[in-house]
Design a protein around this ligand. Structure first.
Ligand SMILES: *[C@@H]1O[C@H](CO)[C@@H](O)[C@H](O)[C@H]1NC(C)=O
Ligand SMILES: *[C@@H]1O[C@H](CO)[C@@H](O)[C@H](O)[C@H]1NC(C)=O
Ligand SMILES: *[C@@H]1O[C@H](CO)[C@@H](O)[C@H](O)[C@H]1NC(C)=O
Length: 304
C-alpha cells in the first residue's frame, strides 16, 4: 500500500522538484527527468570499467561510444581478486570507475561472501572510531586504492579540483570506500563526489555515519526497484547503508525517488526484501541488478 501511495505521488513531485534536489524536510522526493539524466553518463562510465584494458583507447563499444573520450590515466584490476577499474580525466572531472563482481571467478565471488567485519586502517580513514567494514570489500579497496590514490593525487596536483567516483555492485561498495578515502587524502584541494549503482552495504553504523560526515549529500547511491544486492549484507548482521539513496521506485523504471538519511523506509526499505547468500550469488548475473539505471544497463555484456 505504502509503495502504491509513493508511486501515485511521483508525477506531481517530479514536476515540482527543482534540480538539484535538497532533501532536508521531506522523507522522499521524486526526481525530475533532468536530474535522473545526470546519472546516465555515470552509468556509462561505470559500465566501461567492466571492459578492462579496452578503455585505454576508449574503444569498448556502447558505453564508450555514449560519452566523449576522456584521457585515461590508469587502468587496473584482473577481474579475479581485484575488479577492473580505471581513472580518467574528461576535461572537467577526474572519473574513478570500478567494476563489479566477475561471477565466473571464484576469487571475485569470495570478496563478496566474506560477511565478517574488519577494522580499517586509520591511514585511510583517520578518526574513524568504532568503524567496522566488510572484510572482503575492504581488502579489495586496499588494492584499488594503491593505484587510484597516487594517480588522483597527481591529477589534483596538476590542477584538477573535481573528482567523481562511480561503480556498480562490488565496485559500488569499493567506490564508497574509495570516495571517502580520496576526500580524506585530498582534503580541501579537491571536492569528491560519489555516484554509485547497486551498492551492497559496506560497513556498520559508525561507517555509515563516517561516510555521511565526510561526503554529505555529495555521496549518492542508486538502487533499482527490487534488486536484492543492496539488501546485503543484512542489517541484522550490523550493516547499514550511508545516506542519500536514489531509488527506482517501480518495476517499469519510470519513477525515481530520492531519500535523505540512512535506510529510509520511503525508499527500497519499504519493500521489506530479504535475501540469503545463495540468492545473492545467483542474482548477480541477471535481473534488476544490472538496471537499467537512467536508461543504461550496467553489465559486462555491454562491452564490445
Ligand atoms: C565530465 O563528467 C561529468 C560527470 O558526468 C560531467 O558533469 C561533466 O560535464 C563532464 N565534463 C565534460 C567537460 O564533459
Ligand atoms: C574474515 O573471514 C576471512 C575468511 O573467512 C578470514 O580470512 C578473515 O581473517 C576474517 N576476518 C576477521 C576480521 O575475522
Ligand atoms: C514492510 O513492513 C512494514 C512494517 O512491518 C509494514 O508497515 C509495510 O507495510 C511493509 N511493506 C510491504 C511492502 O510489505
Amino acid at each position: 500500500m505504502k509503495l502504491l501511495a509513493i508511486a501515485a505521488l511521483l508525477p506531481t513531485l517530479a514536476l515540482a522538484a527543482p534540480a538539484p534536489v535538497t532533501l532536508a524536510e521531506r522523507s522522499s522526493v521524486g526526481l525530475s527527468p533532468d536530474v535522473v539524466n545526470t546519472w546516465a553518463p555515470l552509468a556509462q562510465y561505470a559500465t566501461a570499467a567492466y571492459c578492462g584494458g579496452a578503455v585505454w583507447s576508449w574503444s569498448c563499444g556502447g558505453p564508450c561510444d555514449a560519452v566523449a573520450q576522456p584521457a585515461v590515466l590508469a587502468q587496473g584490476g584482473d577481474a579475479k581478486a581485484t575488479p577492473y577499474f580505471y581513472v580518467a580525466n574528461n576535461g572537467s572531472h577526474i572519473i574513478v570507475s570500478i567494476s563489479g563482481t566477475n561471477t565466473r571467478s571464484i576469487q571475485s565471488l569470495a570478496d563478496d561472501l566474506e560477511f565478517n567485519f574488519t577494522t580499517p586502517s586509520g591511514s585511510y580513514f583517520p578518526g574513524a572510531d568504532g568503524v567496522q567494514v566488510h572484510h572482503g570489500f575492504y581488502n579489495t579497496f586496499t588494492r584499488v586504492a594503491g593505484t587510484v590514490g597516487p594517480v588522483v593525487q597527481n591529477a589534483v596536483n596538476a590542477g584538477a579540483t573535481q573528482v567523481i567516483v562511480t561503480g556498480h555492485s562490488l565496485g559500488s561498495a569499493v567506490g564508497h570506500l574509495t570516495a571517502t578515502y580520496l576526500q580524506n587524502l585530498l582534503g580541501t584541494s579537491a571536492t569528491v563526489y560519489a555516484r554509485l549503482f547497486a551498492s551492497p552495504r559496506v560497513g556498520n553504523q559508525a561507517w555509515a555515519d563516517y561516510v555521511d560526515a565526510t561526503l554529505g549529500d555529495r555521496a549518492q547511491h542508486m538502487i533499482n526497484y527490487n534488486d536484492l544486492v543492496p539488501t546485503l549484507p543484512p542489517r541484522s548482521f550490523g550493516f547499514r547503508q550511508s545516506s542519500n539513496e536514489v531509488w527506482i521506485a517501480n518495476a517499469a523504471g519510470t519513477s525515481y525517488v530520492a531519500c535523505p538519511g540512512q535506510e529510509s523506509t520511503s525508499c527500497q526499505d519499504s519493500m521489506n526484501l530479504t535475501a540469503d547468500i545463495e540468492s545473492f550469488v545467483e542474482y548477480l548475473d541477471f535481473g534488476a541488478h544490472s538496471g537499467p539505471y537512467a536508461g543504461v544497463k550496467v553489465t559486462s555484456a555491454a562491452c564490445a
